[in-house]
Write a protein that binds this ligand. Structure first.
Ligand code: DAH
Length: 364
């Protein structure tokens, strides 16, 4: 075993370590030059067969060579690890200024927030929120509210009847079922009077249905808010004051309402309620220089219906009309959203495009 051979083995190992460009290559070089079958390991094994003098000498040389090899290995290992760590720090650095959340937070629909805003006005006056089913008995939707049996609203061109089953198991023709999708929130009036202790002060937001085609000003599914106050001694001036308070709270302190005679079966007298035009505040009336698109220069916007609860409704719900009286009103939320926010097409409210919803803000 010549000294040059041992030096060559050592130098080959040192060259291989120096040439290893990464930790994987170094690992391969380590196996090749220090493993059990590496030239130096094999040489080491041969020492035993040498005569004593040669054994000591060869042992010393090989020992030194292996020492140099493992030192070089450790040195290169440290170098390559330091390089890797430095590279990882750069390559895997996190840019904390990047947008971290590309999924926008959800938010409620402007119709929902509008409905809550209106309901809150009444809750702050002590009213309670009341709700009723959307699939409603015809009795609550019509009969209890004094709609005569042949009232046009009861026909299938206005009302969705839910198909029922006759005693003989056959499906009913639509309008025999006695079950409808409620056409207004007014049936909650009757439910509240039957369920609650008097006096009753409730506000009922909810979804209602009519057999309209979806277009710019109609939708078959829409929302209403209903108000009902039944107590001793309530009069029409309480109704008027309540309406005025509502429009002031929602549209500003200079707002007011006016009532125009109308007919609803469940109120007597009944009125159509208008509010001052929220855009021109009435200034467009008789003023051709300042026309108003929102109210067509009429100065008023129609909001909904109202009136003093018809004694027949009170009787149908077990309330003594000699002792109690009260008022009710109801209006559509879609319409209010339209004129409050200049929404021109109702379809925008139902189609779910966030480009419509976003400008309303992200109220949660
Ligand atoms: N329910 C009526 C509708 O959908 C609106 C209405 C009118 C509600 C008069 C009332 C009321 O409470 O008193 O057209």
């Amino acid at each position: 075993m010549k000294p040059e051979e041992i030096e060559r083995m050592r130098d080959e190992a040192l060259d291989a370590f120096a040439a290893a460009g990464d930790l994987d290559a170094l690992q391969a070089a380590k196996v090749a030059h220090t493993g059990g079958t590496s030239p130096l390991a094999l040489a080491n094994r041969e020492i035993g067969a040498l005569p004593p003098q040669a054994k000591a000498e060869a042992g010393k040389r090989i020992g030194q060579a292996r020492g140099a090899v493992s030192k070089a290995l450790a040195g290169r290992q440290a170098e390559l690890e330091a390089e890797r760590d430095a590279r990882v720090l750069v390559e895997e650095a996190v840019d904390v200024t990047l947008p971290h959340d590309r999924v926008p937070a959800g938010a409620r629909h402007p119709l929902t927030t509008m409905m809550e805003r209106v309901a809150d006005v009444f809750v702050s006056m002590g009213y309670e929120i009341a709700e009723g089913p959307e699939v409603e008995a015809e009795w609550f939707n019509f009969d209890a509210l004094n709609f005569v049996p042949d009232h046009p609203a009861r026909q299938t061109q206005d009302t969705f009847f839910v198909q029922g089953t006759r005693e003989d198991g056959k499906p009913t023709v639509d309008d025999e079922s006695g079950i409808v999708l409620r056409t207004h929130t007014s049936p909650v009036q009757a439910r509240a009077l039957l369920d609650r202790e008097l006096p009753v002060y409730i506000v009922c937001p909810g979804r209602v249905y009519r057999t309209d085609e979806l277009d710019a000003t109609h939708t078959p599914v829409f929302h209403q808010i209903e108000l009902l106050a039944i107590d001793e001694g309530l009069t029409m001036s309480d109704l008027k004051g309540t309406l005025d308070h509502m429009v002031k709270a929602l549209f500003g302190a200079d707002m007011k309402t006016r009532l125009r005679p109308n007919y609803f079966p469940f109120t007597e007298p009944s009125a159509e309620m208008d509010m001052l035009c929220y855009v021109c505040r009435g200034e467009s009336v008789g003023n051709p220089d300042k026309p108003c698109r929102t109210c067509s220069s009429e100065g008023w916007i129609e909001l909904g219906g109202c009136g003093m609860v018809n004694p027949r409704v009170l009787v149908a719900c077990g309330v003594d009309p000699e002792k109690y009286s009260g008022f009710a009103f109801g209006f559509g939320i879609e319409r209010m959203l339209m004129f409050r926010h200049n929404v021109e097409d109702m379809r925008d409210m139902v189609e779910g495009d966030v480009r419509f919803t976003r400008p309303f803000g992200m109220e949660i």
